[in-house]
Design a protein around this ligand. Structure first.
Ligand code: C2E
Ligand code: MG
Ligand code: MG
Ligand code: MG
Length: 297
């Protein structure tokens, strides 16, 4: 008897298969609908940029990561982990990505006029397809020109996979943008498959330790070892190291004791709408000094 016959004979067969089909169908339909709805979500004002604090060794807020939020009128919030891959596959990420970049640069230009905010940096996530686009450099430059944002305050977050795709092209693009003063952070570091020799060639400024290693840093000896290694690697390559997903004081002090001096995570603040983020900066930076005179983390 075939495996399927065996399966059916056990009495689970038809219903299970049918259930599976329906679930798959629902997923496919949601995807198709989200894709169509994402097309004009920007125009309908359903997309927002939230800002999550990045702090230094003194817990001084030096900047924020810009994170997209989609507040769907019927479905409620849709996670970027769900809609970013759709945007990537359909090419919508190009317009979505420039919109986020524009929003961040406009914000930087505005902050430059406010004494308490003028030091803040913004880190923007760049997707593979966006970075691969032949005019990515030109687009970032013209965005800076149009908004008047200081390139030194802009950080771009890239991931390992997209950099190794075409290393020479990657290096050319990064070098051009770095000449303008833009900095680069390698997001989700440790989850990809970077070879260390490539890493050495890339004109990076920062490694961002993935939250999956930070989560169990105190209980899992492997994660603890990986984090220590990444911190040492960053030091040797002359890069700053920031940890993401820091949720507890024990995680923070462990990272601190091991030489990681920049952090991001719920311990310091959730991703917040602009007003909430500015309140957090006003509250948390009062009577506090940055760990370094140039605020760079
Ligand atoms: P990411 O760039 O690695 O962003 C960090 C994620 O960790 C965010 O998830 C953030 O909300 C979450 N997070 C922050 N602190 C904590 C913490 O203490 N604990 C835990 N458990 N999580 C924390 P989010 O906002 O859902 O974004 C998911 C991913 O979607 C991002 O990962 C990024 O890859 C992508 N994404 C978000 N916004 C954009 C965007 O504007 N453009 C592109 N291309 N991708 C984006
Ligand atoms: Mg990121
Ligand atoms: Mg990350
Ligand atoms: Mg991630």
């Amino acid at each position: 008897r075939s495996d399927l016959a065996m399966y059916r004979a056990k009495g689970a067969g038809r219903n299970t298969l049918c259930f599976f089909d329906q679930e798959m169908q629902a997923l496919v339909m949601r995807r198709v609908a989200l894709e169509a709805e994402l097309r004009d979500a920007i125009l309908k004002g359903q997309l927002h940029v939230h800002y999550q604090a990045q702090v230094d060794g003194n817990r001084f807020v030096t900047g924020a990561e810009a994170l997209l939020r989609w507040q769907h009128p019927l479905r409620g919030p849709v996670s970027p982990s769900e809609f970013i891959p759709i945007a990537e596959e359909t090419g919508l990420i190009l317009s979505l990505g420039s919109w986020v970049l524009q929003t961040a640069c406009t914000q930087l230009a505005l902050w430059a006029t406010l004494p308490e905010m003028a030091h803040l940096t913004i880190a923007v996530n760049v997707s593979a397809r966006q970075f691969r686009h032949k005019d990515f450099v030109g687009e970032v430059m013209s965005m800076l020109n149009r908004t008047g944002a200081n390139p030194k305050k802009l950080k771009l977050e890239l991931t390992e996979g997209m950099l190794l795709d075409n290393v020479d092209d990657t290096i050319v693009k990064m070098t051009k943008l770095r000449k303008e003063g833009i900095r680069f952070s390698l997001d989700d570091f440790g989850t990809g498959y970077s070879s260390l020799s490539y890493l050495k060639r890339l004109p990076l400024d920062q490694l961002k330790i993935d939250q999956s290693f930070v989560r169990d840093i105190l209980t899992d000896p492997n994660d603890c070892g990986i984090v220590r290694t990444v911190i040492a690697l960053g030091k040797n390559l002359g890069l700053t190291v920031i940890a993401e997903g820091v949720e507890t004081e024990t995680q923070r002090s462990f990272l601190n004791e091991n030489g990681c001096l920049a952090y991001q995570g719920h311990l310091f603040g959730h991703p917040l709408p602009i007003e909430g983020f500015e309140q957090l900066v006003n509250r948390d930076n009062t009577n506090k000094l940055p760990a370094s005179a140039d605020y760079v983390i």
